[in-house]
Write a protein that binds this ligand. Structure first.
Ligand code: SAH
Length: 265
């Protein structure tokens, strides 16, 4: 293994609203076999539970260090890349990645020092649309189209395997190349702009929604649809921290001008 072990530690697997505790144990085992160790449980229905311990087998250390949060937003707040795994194709209009492409993107972000989350939904109902909207992209395992829903822990295993292959293939060389490519993409000669975190993106979206109100953009239409499209656009762009600051500066000026205009009439 020639990649830095801490690279794998920047990747967390997030299970949302898991119903069967056995699946949590099996997922812990799937992670450990692939050299991953960070499991985050968002509002699990029955946990801790002896079925989870039983299915984890020798991966009880991964299970013991799993953390719990109340919401998906809490689980991914510090992440630069959030990938949501869905059994159904094109459920929301998000960019959809093949697991292999997703794993190599995850690996690139982790090698550049960013936190990454790969998110899995509930056994019965998967991820809600609002949860998918927190993701930069969706990941779909191209399974049998007539029966495309894998068992939760099996899906975790497929993604964990792809992450391991990507981490092994990239190694330290990947890090140097990755950083060089990022430097070129974001303006040579400058320190690379770190990808904005989930919380920074939510800050931008909050201000954007407020600004659209302030400038009367919606004119009576429901704001939700425009915001959904704008979220998609900005999440797809994978903005850097400096880029978010620039956009928020522009929004702040627009808000100031709107206040001035309102004062004049
Ligand atoms: N009936 C649910 C299936 C949930 S399976 C639905 O249609 O959404 C539980 C979780 O396993 C899913 O939320 C997803 O995260 C993951 N999963 C199952 N099959 C998958 C597939 N083919 N591709 C990607 N993720 C999958």
């Amino acid at each position: 293994m020639n990649h830095d072990a801490s690279t794998a530690d920047r990747i967390r697997i997030v299970l949302v609203g898991t119903q069967h505790p056995g699946n949590i144990g099996s997922a812990a085992r799937a992670l450990k076999t692939m050299g991953l160790a960070r499991l985050v449980l968002v509002a699990p229905q029955r946990y801790p539970h002896n079925e989870a311990d039983m299915m984890a087998a020798g991966a009880d250390d991964v299970l013991a260090s799993a953390t719990c949060t109340d919401t998906l937003a809490d689980a991914v707040a510090d992440c630069r890349l959030v990938l949501g795994c869905t059994a159904r194709s094109r459920r929301v209009q998000l960019q959809e990645l093949h697991p292999r492409t997703a794993a190599s993107r995850a690996c690139e972000t982790a090698l550049a020092g960013g936190e990454v989350a790969v998110v899995f939904g509930r056994e019965r109902t998967g991820l809600e649309n609002e949860e998918l909207q927190l993701c930069h992209a969706a990941v779909h395992i191209p399974a049998n189209p007539d029966y495309s829903s894998l068992n939760l822990a099996a899906a975790v295993q497929v993604l964990s395997y792809e992450l391991r292959v990507a981490l092994l293939a990239d190694g330290v060389t990947g890090m140097v190349e990755g950083q060089a490519a990022e430097g070129q993409a974001r303006g040579a000669g400058h320190a690379p702009d770190r990808p904005a975190s989930h919380a920074q993106m939510e800050g931008l979206f909050g201000q954007l929604a407020q600004t659209l109100d302030d400038i009367d953009f919606h004119k009576g239409r429901a704001p939700a649809s425009a915001m959904r499209k704008l979220r998609r656009l900005f999440l797809r762009s994978e903005l850097g921290e400096r880029e978010v600051r620039l956009l928020r500066g522009i929004l702040a000026d627009a808000q100031r001008m709107a206040r001035l205009a309102a004062g004049r009439h």
